[in-house]
Design a protein around this ligand. Structure first.
Ligand code: GDP
Ligand code: MN
Length: 382
C-alpha cells in the first residue's frame, strides 16, 4: 500500500526523521487557517499518489493568506496524471541550499535491502539513473546484519553529499533504515532530502510503500485504507476477500494459487492477449468464492472474455466443477469464457462442466489451448 506524502512524513516522524510542521486541508478555508497558524511562507502541496506533482503545478509557495487561498483553490480538485486532488498538505516552507536523494528498497534479486543516495535530488531519480548513473551511490544491506553508521558514512561520501550536510544525512539514513525495517515498508524514499542555508538536513518529500503482508501486526494502518486509491474493481475484490490486482488488459483471469494465476497471465500474454487482472481464488474454489470472483470480473467493462484456470490438488475436480456450475447460475455472465480444469479428478469435473457448455462456456484440458481460445473469443477491440 502506498502512502500519501503527509502520511509518509508522519510515518517518518515516528522514527525521528526531521520533517517540516504542517497539516492537512480539504478546503481553501482550512488551508488558510493552517497557513496562519504555521506562519508564512508556506508551501501548499497536492496529496496524490503520483510523483512529479511539482512539475504538474501541484506544489506552490505562498507568502501570505491571499496566496495560500489562491493556491489551495487552484490545487484542490486539480487532476494530476489522472489523480483527483482531494486534499492538500500545508507546511511551513523551507529555505533550500541543496536537494539530495535517499532511499531504501528491496532488491529481491540480490536478496538484500538496497540503499541509494545521491547529491542530485529534487529531480526524477529514474532520469538521473539513466543520464548520470555514477551520481547514485548504492549499497546492498544484509537484512540480518542491518545497516550501520560506517555504511551510512560510506554512502554519503561516495554520493559526494556536501561536507556540512553529512552528519545530518547520516542521521536521516540511520532513522530511515529503522523506519524501513521496523515500519515494515517495501520502499522509503526521500526526494528531496534538503540542506537548509542554516545547515539543517530534513525530508521535504516522503514516499512510503508499506508491505501489505505485515498489515496483521499494524492495526494502526487501518486509517490508510480510507485514503487508499484503489480502483473500483480492487475495492470490490477486497470487500469479498479476493487476492486481486487490476491490470489494463481485456482477458479476465481466475486461477487457483498465486503461481498458477501468474503463469496464466504469462500464457495469455504469450498468445497475444492481455490480462485484465490477476486473481487467485486460493485452494478451496468453492461456489461462493467462484461466484464472487466472477462478479468482480463481470463488473469490469474492459473484460471481453474470461479464462478460468483451475488445477485440482487437494480440492477435487468435481468440487471445483460444481462450484463453477453453481456460480454460473448465480451470476449473469454476458461475456464468453473458457474453463481449463486439470489435476485431481479432472475427468469427473469436466463431465460435470459438460452440462453448462455452450457457445459462451467452453472447456479445454490444456492451458495453452484455453488461453488461445480465450484470446480468440475476446475478438478485436470495438
Ligand atoms: P514532487 O514533485 O511530487 O516530487 O514533490 P516534492 O515534494 O518533491 O516537491 C517538488 C519540489 O518543490 C521540490 O524539489 C522543491 O524544489 C520544491 N519545494 C517543495 N517544498 C518546498 C519548500 O518548503 N520550500 C521551497 N523553497 N521549495 C519547496
Ligand atoms: Mn519529490
Amino acid at each position: 500500500m502506498d502512502l500519501l506524502e503527509y502520511q509518509g512524513k508522519q510515518y517518518f516522524a515516528r522514527y525521528g526523521i526531521p520533517v517540516s510542521p504542517g497539516g492537512v486541508a480539504v478546503t481553501p478555508d482550512e488551508a488558510v487557517e493552517l497557513a496562519e497558524s504555521l506562519g508564512y511562507p508556506v508551501v501548499v502541496k497536492a496529496q496524490v499518489q503520483v510523483g512529479g506533482r511539482g512539475k504538474a503545478g501541484g506544489i506552490k509557495l505562498a507568502a501570505d493568506a491571499a496566496e495560500a487561498r489562491a493556491h489551495a483553490t487552484a490545487i484542490l480538485g486539480m487532476d494530476i496524471k489522472g489523480h483527483l486532488v482531494r486534499r492538500v498538505w500545508v507546511e511551513h516552507a523551507s529555505d533550500i541550499a541543496k536537494e539530495y536523494y535517499a532511499s531504501f528498497t528491496l532488491d529481491r534479486g540480490a536478496k538484500a535491502h538496497l540503499a541509494m543516495v545521491s547529491a542530485k535530488g529534487g529531480v526524477d531519480i529514474e532520469e538521473v539513473a539513466v543520464e548520470d548513473p555514477g551520481a547514485i551511490a548504492r549499497l546492498h544491506v544484509d537484512p540480518y546484519e542491518g545497516f550501520s553508521e560506517p555504511q551510512a558514512w560510506l554512502l554519503v561520501e561516495e554520493a559526494a553529499i556536501d561536507e556540512e550536510a553529512r552528519p545530518g544525512a547520516v542521521d536521516v539514513l540511520l532513522s530511515l533504515y529503522r523506519c524501513f525495517v521496523e515500519g515494515d515498508a517495501d520502499l522509503v524514499e526521500v526526494n528531496p532530502l534538503v540542506l537548509t542555508p542554516d545547515g539543517r538536513v530534513h525530508a521535504l518529500d516522503a514516499k512510503v510503500t508499506l508491505d501489505d503482508n505485515a498489515a496483521f501486526r499494524h492495526p494502526e494502518w487501518a486509517e490508510y485504507e480510507l485514503t487508499a486509491e484503489l480502483d473500483d474493481r480492487e475495492r470490490h475484490a477486497r470487500q469479498v476477500g479476493l487476492q486481486y490486482v487490476g491490470l489494463d488488459g481485456f482477458i479476465g483471469i481466475i486461477a487457483n494459487g498465486a503461481g498458477l494465476a501468474m503463469s496464466t497471465c504469462d500464457v495469455v500474454n504469450q498468445v497475444g492477449g492481455r490480462p485484465a487482472n490477476f486473481l487467485d481464488i486460493g485452494g478451496g474454489a468453492s461456489a461462493e468464492v467462484m461466484a464472487n470472483a466472477l462478479e468482480v470480473i463481470n463488473s469490469d467493462a474492459s473484460v471481453r472474455s474470461i479464462f478460468i484456470n483451475i488445477f485440482g490438488g487437494i480440492t477435487r475436480g468435481e468440487d471445483v466443477a460444481n462450484g463453477i456450475v453453481t456460480a454460473l447460475s448465480r451470476v449473469d455472465i454476458k461475456i464468453p469464457m473458457v474453463i481449463r480444469l486439470d489435476g485431481t479428478n479432472a475427468e469427473q469435473g469436466r463431465e460435470i462442466l459438460r452440462t453448462v457448455e455452450s457457445d459462451m462456456v467452453i472447456t479445454s484440458p490444456s492451458m495453452m489451448d484455453a488461453a488461445r481460445r480465450a484470446v480468440a473469443l475476446a475478438g478485436n477491440e470495438k
